[in-house]
Ligand binder design. Structure first.
Ligand code: PHE
Length: 445
């Protein structure tokens, strides 16, 4: 029974599980800080366009490959594609998953620490005190413990299998997280910094538009939707034949974007109210939200609930990341699931410790001027995932069997038929050409 493939039970289950992968730290931690560093509104407009025209078609293409192949990234590619060349997508995916989970676990570890900090309470702490507290934490060895604890929890869930572990936990926690963010956004509307935040988020200053902003938006959209590395191939392999892939893709994308937006609306008014720089980088959310919680009634309880939910959002994504190398090892090398999980834990755990240490002041773990952590973050989102996106789209657009593609995209002509041509146009031309132009321009200008 070791390698029997599970599948997602209900329609809601599919969307919840796929959204569980997509919605995570990418929306709540990464989106605000990348938007903050890249000029706010301009970034958001480009981001939306890219989600719609590039990331969604790639997601549906990945589903199609996975649902037909019914295997891990590598196995599915072997089923649908002739020639070894396309297996590179599989290697790229496994490699990207390992690198992403290595830095992802660090931030997820921070959320665990903040759960405990919330119990102690932030009350009476202003931004200066919170910043000092945070810096003290990052420079201690504590984050290593939290990072490894998070990874260990992820490993345990992945061991328990698809349906039981992933589906059940996603179904309850995701809606709760959305409600909580909604509440926080409403509260933020009444903060004095709201006006400035509104202008920052919704009034574009096109002079801020550069190729780098576009590349960051591309990276963010791929990262946030978990596309370009085969996660959605692996998840697609668990989707039943009767589900409408376009419907699942569009629903997940919409939820993903909305949640990132809610996070932005919840966070930026506080950023401006408490005088935090929007360009603070990866600690942005971890400074801003405690500043809010320290001021409001029942802040301690709300802070606790929020970080618990953020932790759940993180773990449902982390599961999908670990599932990529685990499914690869079990199905390609016939390694027992337990052993594969342990192997993943050891390799990723070691890398994540280096990522944690690289964030300490004066650390020598630097690559090309960035900390190892930032390097992993940027390299995977801005390069590996978009390259994966090119591979997926070129394959599905130009090389995949046409009938097979039609059958997968439309469930043998039963749904999304009118959209089919447009989707194929996006996959064939828009996705690969846009990403290539972006890569070239970014390096030339
Ligand atoms: N999309 C996840 C998030 O937003 C991260 C992720 C990236 C998960 C790639 C799987 C694959 O947090």
């Amino acid at each position: 029974m070791e390698n029997k493939r599970g599948s997602f039970g209900s329609k809601f289950g599919v969307v919840a599980a796929v959204a569980g992968s997509a919605v995570g730290l990418g929306n709540i931690w990464r989106f605000p800080y990348i938007a903050g560093e890249n000029g706010g509104a301009v970034f958001i407009i480009v981001y939306l366009l890219i989600c719609l025209l590039i990331a969604i078609p790639v997601m549906i293409s990945e589903f199609a490959i996975g649902r037909h192949g019914r295997k891990n990234v590598m196995g599915s590619m072997r089923q649908v594609a002739k020639g070894k060349m396309w297996l590179s997508l599989g290697y790229l995916g496994v490699f990207a998953a390992v690198l992403i989970l290595s830095f992802y676990s660090v931030i997820a570890g921070w959320t665990l620490n903040f759960i405990v900090e919330s119990v102690k309470g932030f009350s009476g702490m202003d931004v200066t005190a919170l910043t000092a507290n945070f810096n003290g934490f990052v420079n201690s060895n504590e984050p290593i413990v939290w990072t490894l604890l998070f990874l260990a929890l992820t490993a345990v869930i992945v061991l328990c299998g698809v349906e039981k572990g992933i589906e059940r936990s996603s179904k309850i926690m995701m809606p709760m997280l959305v409600l909580m963010l909604l509440g926080m956004s409403i509260y933020s509307l009444f903060l004095p910094g709201f006006g400035e935040a509104f202008r920052f988020l919704f009034k574009p200053d096109f002079s801020k538009m550069t190729w780098d902003v576009v590349l960051q938006a591309l990276g963010q959209s791929f990262f946030s939707m978990s596309v370009g590395m085969g996660t959605m191939i692996t998840y697609g392999s668990y989707i039943k034949d009767k589900e409408n892939l376009y419907g699942v893709g569009a629903t997940v994308a919409l939820s993903d974007v909305l949640i990132a937006f809610l996070a932005g609306v919840a966070i930026f008014p506080a950023v401006f109210t408490f005088g935090i720089a929007p360009t603070s980088g990866s600690e942005l959310v971890f400074l801003t939200l405690p500043s809010v919680f320290s001021q409001i009634p029942a802040g301690q309880l709300l802070s606790f609930v929020f970080f618990v939910l953020l932790f759940f959002a993180a773990i449902t994504s982390a599961i999908s990341l670990l599932e990529v190398p685990v499914a690869y090892l079990t199905e390609e090398f016939n390694i027992k699931r337990k052993r594969a999980v342990v192997m993943g834990f050891v390799v990723i755990g070691a890398l994540s410790v280096f990522c944690t240490l690289s964030l300490q002041d004066g650390s020598s773990l630097v690559v090309g001027g960035d900390s190892l952590f930032d390097f992993f973050d940027k390299f995977t989102s801005n390069i590996m995932l978009p390259v994966g996106g090119i591979l997926v789209s070129v394959f599905v657009g130009w090389f995949m069997d046409k009938k097979l593609r039609y059958d997968q995209f439309t469930n043998q002509g039963q749904c999304a038929v009118k959209l089919y041509k447009f989707l194929v146009f996006l996959v064939k031309f828009v996705v690969p050409v846009a990403i290539s132009i972006l890569f070239i321009s970014k390096n030339l200008f």
